[in-house]
Write a protein of this length. Structure first.
Length: 418
């Protein structure tokens, strides 16, 4: 039996524990996302080399995204997430040791970011696939809104500013907390109920009669690698949204490929305040995530997504064209608002339209290209940064705006609400 939320507005104790896993994992991600670019900037000032951190982080989605989706659907999702978080805790500990002993080099940092990226493909897929198993359909938007807002708060309100200050004190300190947070998430995920281990096929037809449990055996898992891709390509609404998401993701990465150098060298902020600047995006992101359910009710999903694209484009344009620290902070706030609002709606649509037993594979397929092609944007941003550190922001803003215009019709045909 699936453990869902009780009657009323509560999301239930099972979701509460899953939320705790998300909190621990996102705290870890926040410390890493802030400290790693700062560390790279102390090792090199070459925009292209700095941009390779983003390549290493997102390339695993192209190489392993579909495979990781099959792993998520073929094994106990709690254990998959626990192993991924546990191994990342060990790798983060190794980074801390290398930095503390002054043995870190840029090539080693890029390689370790690649390892983090590989493990993230299964950890993120597991957490997202477990949400519909512990939350009723009518509460999915609210649950995803809470997870999205928690992700932003943990990563950018808490971890980012603290990581910047700790890095200024001692470069190894944020990586120590990075490791400990992953370890905490690994412990918490094991406490989730058995219902989270497998799919609860309640939101779409075509699932397993037995609740979507995947049969054991390598042949079944290998056959499942392409199943998520086939479902995504055959589903017109999800396919169109997937294509739009891919294009937008590439241009977002163009815009923020060398963000750390933009903040340190163009805005002339000290390392200790880098995380504080990143935190401005969290202000908008929390507002976007929390307002998403109400905005969907008033505007419908299509106009909501078009609006989020416009806000994101405007935010990056402000940063690139008016590189004053206060003005750029406002621009980055708008970026956070637009991206968070988009994510809440896109994730909810996938969870509603995809059979429960396919959620992991469809998630893997979605991110295989959606995130797997982001390194193209990151590399382009690094090359543009060699010309001018403001140029990636400007080009990214133009690309995002054009994508919104070109794909407007595809977004307007989405279901208006739940």
């Amino acid at each position: 039996m699936t453990v869902g939320a009780p009657p009323g507005r509560r999301l239930g104790p099972a979701f509460g524990r899953l939320w705790g896993v998300s909190l621990g994992s996102n705290l870890a991600d926040g410390f890493g996302a802030t400290a790693a670019p700062l560390l790279a900037a102390t090792l090199t000032r070459d925009p292209l080399l700095v941009s390779l951190l983003g390549v290493a982080q997102y390339l695993p989605w192209l190489l392993f995204g579909v495979l990781s989706g099959s792993v998520v659907d073929g094994f106990d999702r709690r254990r998959v997430a626990a192993v991924a978080c546990g191994v990342r805790a060990v790798v983060a500990g190794a980074v801390c040791l290398l930095v503390a002993t002054d043995h870190m080099i840029i090539a080693m940092l890029i390689a370790m970011m690649f390892v983090f990226g590989v493990l993230e493909t299964v950890a993120d897929g597991s957490v997202q696939a477990m949400v519909p198993s512990v939350v009723e359909r009518s509460r999915l938007v609210r649950a995803n809104s809470r997870i999205q807002s928690t992700e932003v708060v943990a990563q950018t309100f808490v971890a980012a500013p603290l990581a910047g200050v700790l890095f200024a004190v001692a470069a190894a300190l944020p990586f120590l907390i990075h490791s400990a947070s992953f370890a905490l998430a690994a412990v918490l995920v094991i406490t989730l109920p058995l219902s989270a281990a497998r799919a609860a096929d309640r939101y779409a037809e075509g699932g397993d009669a037995a609740g979507g449990e995947v049969e054991p055996g390598s042949a079944r898992r290998l056959a499942g690698l392409a199943e998520g891709v086939r479902f995504l390509v055959a589903h017109r609404l999800l396919r169109d949204l997937w294509i739009v998401n891919i294009v937008l993701g590439v241009f977002v990465m163009v815009a923020q490929a060398v963000l750390v150098l933009f903040v340190l060298d163009v805005l002339d902020l000290p390392e200790a305040l880098y995380g504080v600047f990143v935190m401005t995006a969290a202000v908008g992101a929390v507002a976007g995530a929390l307002a998403a359910p109400r905005l969907v009710g008033h505007l419908g999903r299509g106009w909501m997504l078009i609006g989020s694209v416009g806000v994101t484009s405007a935010g990056f344009a402000i940063c690139g064209l008016a590189p004053h620290v206060v003005v750029a902070g406002v621009g980055f706030l708008l970026v956070g608002l637009g991206v968070a609002a988009w994510n809440v709606v896109a994730v909810t649509l996938r969870q509603e339209l995809v059979p429960g037993h396919l959620l992991g594979r469809v998630h893997g397929a979605w991110r295989s290209l959606g995130w797997g092609l982001m390194p193209l944007g990151t590399l382009a941003g690094g090359l543009l940064g060699r010309i001018d550190l403001r140029l990636p922001m400007i080009v990214g803003a133009i690309g995002i705006a054009l994508a919104g215009v070109v794909f407007r019709r595809s977004l307007l045909v989405l279901p208006r609400s739940d």
